[in-house]
Write a protein that binds this ligand. Structure first.
Ligand code: PLP
Length: 396
């Protein structure tokens, strides 16, 4: 195995952590697992890495193949678009069409008059645009100034109107919401704000499908279906919707896994929130090469869950992303070669640091079973090639 890259990481144990909670998410599970093209993404064991870090097991959930959109975000935005359209149609007609009926254009007069909109660094917008194209409404997607051309093209390929703004992700969120109010568009955001909570909550419910799949795929549990829960989950966060979904889903288990929320050093709004004890912004300037994690402000509804349910918060430097992408690409961690995008590997980078520098406070040891979520594949192949040194070509 290649030598592991050791980068300095910061960690903070959450003083407000509560060991028990509850969990239920049947609606999103039943809905999304019935969609055409649905398949559980693979959970890959990394035994060489587990041996090297002296822990019991490490499992990597590879989201690169999710619905052909390249990331776990496919589960959230599209699901929220569907639920919003169903609610609107029910309010106007008393009928609630299924996803299948909407795909077959059951209510074209209503859906074609609706425009959904969001801000994105790429992945969430792709999910919203995909939902809009399937269920028959229009989409206007706002991207920050530095969003890559390939990610813009992926949005346009789904028939979305793309608006590139002069500013960062948080400016795009504000501009999208302002334009939506003027143009009667419906915001389908993964982040929340005062008075805007229900749709982001539905987005988060979609992500929990990934968490449930992972739980069923973990080895050693009682069939059918279901594996033994992990002892630790290292999960990367942007605005926090993803780690909130993971915390929400796993907190109902009798033995609640320790969830460690990981962010880039340069965009650590959740770490800042943990220090402040309230949803907060990252210190300026906000920047990370990990585009999906490059967010300056925590989502308040995500923070409400993380506040009690995240066990610890960590930050990692940007340099660790490329190192971890290479380790996964060459297959030396013990599983098969894995194509991981730059926002997919923060959890892995944090685990490597923590296994050396924070074993005792995080409770890591030879019995630990660790779950990582590789949240995207090569969603921009050119950026991937630059960071890894080779093209994202699948090798089994
Ligand atoms: C690949 C990837 N991983 C993780 C995240 C973080 O998710 P959230 O912003 O919901 O915390 C994102 C966000 O866009 C992402 O695209």
């Amino acid at each position: 195995m290649s030598p592991l890259p050791l980068h300095s990481a910061r960690w903070l144990i959450n003083p407000r952590y509560k060991p028990a909670g509850n969990s239920s998410n049947d609606d999103a599970w039943d809905e999304i697992t019935s969609w055409p093209g649905y398949a559980a993404t693979p959970l890959v064991a990394l035994p060489e890495l587990a041996r090297d870090l002296d822990v019991g097991g490490i499992f990597y959930k590879d989201e690169g193949g999710r619905f052909g959109l390249g990331s776990f975000k496919a589960l959230g935005g599209a699901y929220a678009v569907l639920r919003m359209l169903q609610r609107t149609i029910t309010a106007q007609t008393g009928e609630t069409p299924s996803a299948t009926q909407l795909r077959a254009k059951s209510h074209p007069g209503i859906t074609s008059s609706i425009t959904v909109t969001t801000a994105t660094d790429g992945n969430h917008g792709r999910s919203v645009a995909w939902g809009a194209s399937q269920f028959g409404c229009r989409a206007v997607i706002y991207i920050p100034a530095d969003c890559s051309p390939a990610r813009e093209a992926a949005l346009a390929a789904l028939n979305a109107e793309v608006v590139r703004i002069d500013g960062g992700y948080d400016d795009a969120v504000a501009r999208c919401a302002g334009d939506a109010a003027e143009n009667r568009r419906t915001v389908i955001s993964d982040t929340s704000w005062d008075g805007y909570r229900d749709i982001p909550r539905e987005v988060t419910q979609g992500y929990r499908v990934m968490a449930e799949e992972a739980l069923r795929q973990m080895p050693g549990g009682a069939p059918p279906p279901g594996g033994a829960p992990p002892s630790h989950i290292f999960i990367q966060g942007g605005v926090g919707a993803l780690p909130a979904a993971i915390c929400g889903h796993f907190s109902g288990l009798p033995a609640k896994p320790r969830v460690i929320v990981v962010e880039p050093e340069g965009a650590a709004c959740l770490y800042a929130s943990a220090k402040a004890g309230t949803a907060s912004a990252a210190p300026d300037p906000v920047y990370s090469v990990m585009a999906g994690l490059n967010c300056g402000s925590a989502s308040p509804i995500a923070w409400e869950i993380l506040d009690r349910n995240a066990f610890a918060f960590m930050t990692i430097p940007d340099e660790s992303a490329g190192d971890c992408m290479k380790l996964l690409a060459d297959g030396s961690l013990g599983g098969r070669p894995i194509i991981a995008g730059e926002s997919a590997v923060a959890g892995l980078a944090a685990l490597i640091s923590a296994a050396h520098g924070a074993r005792t406070p995080l409770g890591l040891g030879p019995d630990s079973q660790i779950l990582l979520f590789g949240t995207e594949g090569a969603t921009d192949p050119e950026i991937y090639a630059k960071m890894v040194g080779s093209l994202p070509i699948k090798r089994e």
